[in-house]
Design a protein around this ligand. Sequence first.
Ligand code: CP
Length: 299
Amino acid sequence: MRSLLEITDFSKKDLLKMLARIDSYVVQPDSWPKLSNSVASLFYEDSTRTRVSFELAALNLGMKTIQVDVSRSSENKGEELTDTIKTLHAMGINAFIIRHKEPKLIHELHQQIKTASFINAGSGMFAHPTQALLDLYTIKQRLDNFSQAKIVIVGDIKHSRVANSLISGLKLLDAKKIVCVSPDYFKPLKPSWQVSWEDNLDFALTGADVVVALRVQKERFKSDLNVSLDDYQHKYRLSKEKLAMANPGVFVMHPGPVNRGVEITQELADSEKSVILQQVRNGVFARMAVLSMLFDNRS
Ligand code: CP
């Protein structure tokens, strides 16, 4: 594999291998490979977790990392992104970690520049494959076989690249009971996956094993979307009381950043039921696994 553009770039077998690779990096730090490649990050949308964890992952593997400050790059003088990438590639940078609002821009770069690798760090509302990897690994740490687990995804599914990639990954691993919960205004018009839909959170949470809360992505709302946050919070905010309907071993995930009090209460976000910071920790190892998968045979 030259690039990671979507979680569905993996077969089921390769996805399981990736999860095993992440696990080996978690439990055996002395197994971390040393790589000599250079990698550049270009983030055209804001990020804390993904950007920093990719940098840390590359440093853990001995790679040279360059953070391109896109707000001050020569694109502001009219240079096309393709030329920016070609320029950096000519300097010896082999791999590009890109976050961009355009859903398929990274696919175009992958097609146009065939000697470089591209890693999707979030593409619009479409895909966030490394988030899916860390989410799947976090679930697998607690549920060895989750094909029969009830996995409930709550919130702004319409605007969520996290949901799109996670559901595609869960499907690859044969998850059978995925329940999406959202009001109509947060339902995608044409979801590409087969899942159950609920608009009643209490009903959906009954018997849940895993609950994933999603951020309400105000920055992606179209002006015509009529959303009352008060109404949303009243009906869909996760709380300890709501979680009482779930199975006793239930745990709560959130990709971050969290809008405390909007999609999840402060109390639940900080409770023993929350694995939000575990997800963040796993993100470093998941991104190490991606970088090493792309480069350990090529350095
Ligand atoms: N989950 C996620 O992508 O977080 P950041 O936007 O902070 O990278």
